[in-house]
Design a protein around this ligand. Structure first.
Ligand code: AGP
Length: 634
């Protein structure tokens, strides 16, 4: 994870770096740091100033206010710890022994232990527990060696040294390097982690993601894997790993979503929950507009033939996106009649199923940056391409909330859910956008395969079109109800969610949301599984929250809930208000509706309940401990 920034500027670097880091804080917020290079007025020699702080970026801002970091060239980092605890010594930038080379990195250096022991054997003392620290020490060694061989001090020498080091690194990295001997030069490079170069007026800003460029430029050049860029005030030179110059033009991006404001809300998460009617409205206007023929009612950005000759769908995702995918797979199979299977992206990569013909692979990631998902998609693309058989050809589709993301650069067919900026680390409105997109896909497959009548398709479209209004009422009602109910959870240690069929993934999602922001242990189960083991956990201290909607498994879920009640569990229902649902000690009522669209409604009380429990506990709802919005390491 982590966010990196780097600047070659004509102005003071640190305010620009800090401003950009603020917009990348969603990538990690356990410590931060920056280093700038400037020239000493007396000696006329370059020197590096480095400032680091543990905790949120604000701590670094405070530090730099008291102790400025001078210079027009610099690098910065906001961290999500992988190797080494979130402490000041592990915050980036990391420097070589003499403090002449400074490096920030995002990614994981997998062979760092070996490299570290080789360096330690030569007498180098490490100051941190990070994998990154091997890099400045290795660069420093290479600089010394190459210089001794006769290479003159300059950009070319630094480029050669960095490239030599990149050649021995295994794993993923996006990194930026400065060297005090050449204060006007910056080197950046990447492999399997994002890095973009922004072209300003006489300045260049590099960053992990587009929001960092807001207010700086809209002209961006994404670096490709194994590329290195040498940047000076005069321009950007890009090289491949063999040192060959590459000519590529930057492109204009449409805009940024970075100016977040909580408005009247206490937290972004609550604001984003309340934005869901708008998310649905925008999605419907864009993808399910009135007036399209009912044979093809969804306006996804590709040809109708895209849906043809697909015999099976596999979906790769992580976390909340995987839960949305599970609802999606249910819809694709049960509504559209096409076999669909969901995989943990992190597992798929190393244990994919045997190749089957005419498979569509869908990657779902709201950030478009999740390393596990991107790597699994890339692996699947490679193994299918290598097979060289047209039935087994790679066909991939991405579903994301970030039109300008690594996913969009990796895959040609992408659906942007258009939920707008989501600041809260816990995904809410993007989950809704992902669900809607699966409804769109299920409708398109059903109509192309004639697996549903036009009447059934039209009915589902109509139900979806009613959603924004339903959500407005549901959210305001449940904001009050769940706030009240949250008082009951002040000493709760464990919660069990149960659901079945299309709502089983909602039980999983509800449990994940509660865990993430309240740190209360929560588990989601298919309701029928409760009696096969988890029921042993139940007593009066473990609330069981049951998601029950009218439909094929309604009575079954209610019976499973009764089994929990018989073990003294406090029973909470997310269910319609009916005589049958009197069994619940507390009811969070949802409107009576078709089972098909029930997940779009039943998820709302679960989001709000998690939010109010965490907010009441006084926790950092928007930036929960140990998490990051975008998980860019495997
Ligand atoms: C969601 O609340 C979580 N923060 C997390 O599970 C997230 O869904 C997961 O990391 C996948 O992220 P992505 O959608 O950006 O790929």
């Amino acid at each position: 994870m982590c966010g990196i920034v780097a600047l070659v500027g004509s102005r003071e670097a640190s305010p620009i770096l800090l401003e950009s880091l603020k917009k990348l804080e969603y990538r990690g917020y356990d410590s931060s740091g920056l280093a700038t290079v400037s020239i000493d007025a007396n000696t006329q020699k370059g020197f590096i100033s480095c400032r680091k702080a543990k905790g949120k970026l604000q701590n670094l801002l405070n530090l730099i206010q008291q102790d400025a970091s001078p210079g027009h060239v610099g690098i910065g980092h906001t961290r999500w710890a992988t190797h080494g605890k979130p402490e000041k010594k592990n915050a980036h930038p990391h420097l070589d022994t003499k403090g002449k080379v400074a490096v920030v990195q995002n990614g994981i250096i997998e062979n760092h232990s070996l490299l570290r022991s080789q360096l330690e054997a030569k007498g180098i003392k490490f100051r941190s527990d990070t994998d990154t620290e091997v890099i400045p020490h290795l660069i420093s060694e290479e600089l010394y060696r190459l210089n001794k061989e006769g290479h003159e001090i300059g950009g070319l020498l630094l480029q050669l040294a960095v490239q030599k080091v990149l050649d021995v690194l295994k794993g993923s990295y996006a990194l930026a390097v400065i060297w005090d001997e050449i204060p006007n030069v910056l080197i950046v490079a990447k492999s399997k982690a994002p890095l973009l170069i922004g072209f300003g007026e006489g300045e260049f800003l590099c960053a992990s993601d587009t929001p960092a460029f807001s207010g700086f430029t809209k002209t961006i050049l994404p670096l490709e894997d194994k590329e290195l860029a040498l940047i000076t005030p005069l321009g950007v030179e890009i090289y491949d790993s063999f040192g060959n110059r590459k000519l590529r033009a930057p492109k204009l991006i449409s805009g940024y979503e970075s100016d977040a404001d909580k408005g009247k809300f206490r937290h972004f998460m609550l604001k984003e929950i309340f934005e869901q009617p708008e998310t649905a409205e925008l999605w419907l206007t864009r993808y399910l507009p009135n007036g399209l023929p009912i044979e093809s009612p969804v306006a996804f950005p590709f040809e109708n033939s895209f849906y043809d000759s697909i015999e099976e769908i596999q979906i790769l995702a992580c976390g909340t996106s995987r839960h949305a995918s599970m609802v999606g797979a249910y819809l694709l199979e049960q509504f559209a009649g096409i076999p669909a299977k969901v995989f943990f992206a992190s597992e798929f990569r190393y244990a994919p199923p045997p190749l089957a013909p005419n498979v569509l692979t869908i990657g779902v990631t709201q950030s478009g940056e999740t390393a596990d998902t991107l790597a699994a998609l890339a692996m699947e693309h490679e193994r299918r391409s290598a097979y060289n058989n047209k039935d087994f050809a790679s066909r991939q589709l991405g579903i994301t909330n970030r039109g300008e993301s690594s996913l969009s650069r990796q895959i040609s067919h992408v659906i942007d859910i258009g939920a707008g900026l989501e600041v809260g680390v816990a995904a809410t409105k993007t989950f809704l956008g992902q669900l809607l997109t699966f409804y769109g896909l299920a409708i398109m497959f059903a109509s192309r395969r004639n697996s549903r009548s036009l009447k059934e398709i039209a009915e589902l479209c109509d139900l979806l079109r009613c959603l924004p209004k339903q959500l407005v009422n549901l959210i305001s009602e449940h904001n009050l109800l769940t706030e009240k109910l949250s008082h009951k959870f002040s000493s709760t240690k464990d919660v069990i969610f149960i659901g079945r069929g299309i709502n089983y993934p909602i039980a999983l999602e509800a449990a994940l949301k509660l865990k993430e922001i309240s740190y209360i242990h929560a588990q989601g189960y298919p309701a029928g599984e409760l009696k096969h083991g988890p029921i042993a956990l139940l007593d009066q201290t473990v609330p069981v929250i049951s998601i029950a909607n009218e439909g094929i498994v309604f009575e079954k879920v209610l019976s499973n809930a009764q089994e929990a009640k018989a073990r003294d569990a406090c029973l909470i229902g997310i269910a319609p208000k009916l005589p049958e649902t009197d069994i619940f000690d507390h009811l969070l009522p949802i409107p009576r509706t078709s089972e098909w669209i029930s997940p779009l409604l039943s998820v709302i009380p679960s989001q709000l309940l998690s939010y109010h429990i965490a907010a009441r506990l006084g926790l950092d709802v928007d930036q929960p401990r140990n998490l990051a919005k975008s998980v860019t390491v495997e």
